[in-house]
Design a protein. Sequence first.
Length: 353
Amino acid sequence: MDDAVRVSGAPSTWQAATMRTYLLRRLGLLVFVLIGVSLLTFTISHVVPADPARLAAGPRATAKQVQALRQKLGLDRPLPEQYVNYVAGLLRLDFGYSLTSRRPVAEDLREYFPATIELALAAMLISLVVGIPLGVLSAVHRDTFLDHVSRAVCIAGVALPLFWLAMLFQLVFYRRLGIFPSGMRIATGMTPPPTVTGLYTVDGLLAGDWPALVSSLWHLAMPAMVLAFASLAWITRITRTSVLETLRQDYVRTARGKGLAERSVVYRHVLRNALIPTVTLIGLQMGALLAGTFLVEIIFSWPGIGFYTVNAVMALDFNAIMGTTLLVAVVYTVINLVVDVIYVALDPRISYS
């Protein structure tokens, strides 16, 4: 992950001090990341040879009406001035107004982002629950039928395009077998649970609304499995490789020489150290899942931030595009920071400076 991570046997008080310094430095770098992302996104959005004011005004609008709307939106200003005004709004947590929804972008993000988080978390949960045990078993039972199946899954997960897999799942599990619904977050006509977190599964559980909980889980299952497939493959592959490497270490041979059961050797001595590379991958894959939701949300009509962003791109909705890009950048950076901190929980020798 970060070259600031190193192994140390220093006292815990020193580790705590260096951890605080590291966190402050990373939070400071987050500001520069956001500035860079906002500048890059702003530039790309505004060099597109199209007129968002014309799209927002509609095909029947006169040239005078389009010009008035352009002035109202500030699109007639020089690009540097538009960017400065946009950054000034960001400092007030104001992302501007969306041309497509006619609402503040911040309100749109609060409405759509929980659906994306729910989908990404469900996909990551599937990846971890299946990928880590499969990788461990594949390494422990190397060159057996189980290992061959595991490697086939890894190759398929990396090779198969996400959009093709999503359409295949719809064809098999919805059209042919009728097991899962084709899309959306909850059954048509069913009232969503009272909003607390925005995650239908969590809100349904908190409210005790069991029909809504079951329906939301059923609608979540197929897109989450599709989204999880590639991450599952990578997690399985890295876990297998890491466990195989750890099994060759001297302390593992010593544990076996003491007569410890193989199960105890694997789960008490091998797995803790072998999971460190996997944790690194989890952080990267969580960011990839957020990006992958864009395709999955379109195919499954999942009303998340990917669905919202695609519509914004088609309408040249600059504020919506930049708002979603900044949000994803912040989430991705925070996830990687959390992964670095989790290192310490897995291996006390790791500190930050």
